[in-house]
Design a protein around this ligand. Structure first.
Ligand code: UTP
Length: 479
């Protein structure tokens, strides 16, 4: 299809008015198909908002304003008898189970990230993560969902947010994998929005190809809009889903369905059932995780880079960190909360600015692969929705139990460290039911272990299974 000169001139004028006419620099050299591609990409960019955005986030670096009244967020501790906040785990487990038996809960995975640190060729959810089996992250989550459906006798629909960059590959992967035995009618994929990537010095949108502006997914916080515009929320309402169990694509140990957490979210006196969070105690003051705080009366997460070290390092009398509630990015989100946010046409989460290396086509048509960050990417973060809640609760989870993220190709938070953590947790569960696990002199298990969430959600589910009484040193065992 060719474009009438008038319409392309109108686009050119619109771009010129905001200093972005270079995006059409190669127009005359493009095939009609590529021209058409470029036009549809350009039509998606909200040019009217660009000058303000560039001024605010590219030419300037917005300063984070720490709330004046800032204190650590209270949380439901792992130790239910703790004097900090005693609570009845069983009561909330029952409440959560009720919601599950009534089919009120769905899973929601944000899987639209680019996974640049991991450097895996394909959507991150396809990455082999099982310590022994090498099952993919998606396969492990699917087993957790199948386990919940079996326990509670109700479908647990699964909403998966992709990005335009990995959507087709993700859907194809599920099709190739027969949806891991789940009913495809209960899985919905939808792409999130994108933002243009800007040249750091000029504020010009970079060209990824002569016919394509460089874009990046608009952050996991883009999910609040994407859930709405994709029709996912309408689908939830049709099915009677009231709450979403939100988790990231990179943590194979996450409890995709946690009845206790669901119960607290829906039933705790101090919960609005809008958005709730899990926390884990920070490993060190410098650990790079957001921290739960209460600022001006609202629960919020402050990014590690925004929490002054004087606060990050403060300790209580018992030696623990005062601001110790780190975020593993696990939430419950009420469907009506998503509706509430979207029913305000002015609703927007703030952008966060990141400086990244983005390869681009320069003005002479040559590709440039920069060696240092040359671009500004803008992303929204899901936790910025917390202050929009009337009230929001936080529940402690155990690092050993639920946190083994795969972010990097090696070292910390890699497949290797995740496999070690999966093994450590499985070893602890096996030992609790009397299986002897070989241990090295440093106490680490001398074997590799993997327990599928279809088999067990905790040591209690291992009782009565046909297990070996002893695991041999160096063994690899998956159940
Ligand atoms: P990360 O912050 O780890 O980003 O995402 P990433 O893009 O996956 O990885 P890097 O930083 O490029 O190495 C945390 C979670 O949020 C999702 C990711 O898929 C992951 O589950 N996410 C992130 C999105 O869904 N969309 C985004 O735009 C960004």
């Amino acid at each position: 299809m060719t474009h009438p000169p008038r319409s392309i001139e109108a686009i050119r004028a619109r771009l010129a008015s905001v200093g972005q006419e270079h995006l059409l620099r190669f127009w005359d050299q493009l095939t009609p198909d590529r021209q058409s591609n470029l036009v549809s990409e350009l039509e998606r960019i909200d040019t009217s908002g660009l000058p303000r955005l560039i001024e605010r986030y590219v030419h300037a670096k917005p300063e984070f304003a720490l709330p004046e009244r800032l204190s650590p967020a209270p949380y439901y501790p792992l130790d239910v008898n703790s004097t900090r906040k005693p609570w009845d785990r069983q009561q909330f487990r029952s409440l959560g189970e009720q919601a599950l038996r009534r089919g009120k809960v769905a899973c929601f995975t944000v899987a639209g990230g680019q996974g640049t640190r991991l450097g895996f060729n394909g959507p991150k959810g396809c990455f082999p993560a099982g310590a022994v089996t090498g099952k993919s992250l998606f396969a492990i989550f699917a087993e957790g969902i199948a386990g919940a459906e079996r326990r509670y006798g109700q479908p647990v629909p699964w909403y998966i947010m992709t990005s335009p960059l990995n959507h087709d590959d993700t859907v194809e992967y599920f099709q190739r994998s027969y949806h891991f035995g789940l009913d495809p009618a209960n899985i919905m994929f939808f792409p999130q929005g994108v933002m243009p990537s800007f040249d750091m010095t000029t504020g010009r949108i970079l060209l990824a190809e002569p016919w394509q502006p460089a874009t990046n997914p608009d952050g996991h916080g883009g999910s609040f809009k994407a859930l709405w515009v994709s029709g996912a929320v309408a689908d939830m309402k049709r099915r009677g889903i009231e709450h979403l169990s939100y988790f990231q694509v990179d943590n194979p140990m996450v409890r995709v369905i946690d009845p206790v957490f669901i119960g607290l979210h829906v039933g705790a006196a101090d919960s609005s059932a809008e958005m709730s969070s899990k926390m884990l105690p920070k490993a060190s003051p410098a650990e790079k995780v957001g921290v739960f705080c209460v600022g001006n009366g609202r629960t919020m997460i402050i990014e590690y880079s925004d929490l002054p070290s004087t606060l990050a390092e403060q300790r209580l009398d018992d030696g623990s960190l005062r601001f110790n509630a780190g975020s593993p990015a696990i939430h419950m989100v009420g469907v009506s909360f998503i509706e509430k946010l979207n029913s305000d046409p002015a609703f927007e989460l703030p952008f966060h600015r990141a400086e990244k290396k983005v390869s681009f086509i320069d003005d002479s048509g040559d590709r440039v692969n920069p060696e240092k960050p040359n671009a500004v990417k803008l992303e929204r973060f899901v936790f910025d929705a917390l202050p929009f809640c009337k009230a929001s609760i936080v529940m402690e989870t155990s690092r050993d139990d639920e946190f083994a993220p795969i972010k990097n190709a090696s070292g910390d938070d890699s497949a290797q460290s995740s496999a070690r953590l999966q093994t450590r947790r499985a070893a602890a569960w096996f030992e609790q039911v009397g299986v002897r696990v070989p241990r090295r002199s440093d106490g680490e298990p001398d074997c590799t272990l993997e327990i599928s969430p279809l088999t067990a959600w905790g040591p209690e589910d291992l009782r009565g299974l046909d297990l070996p009484s002893v695991i041999e040193p160096g063994a690899k065992l998956a159940i």
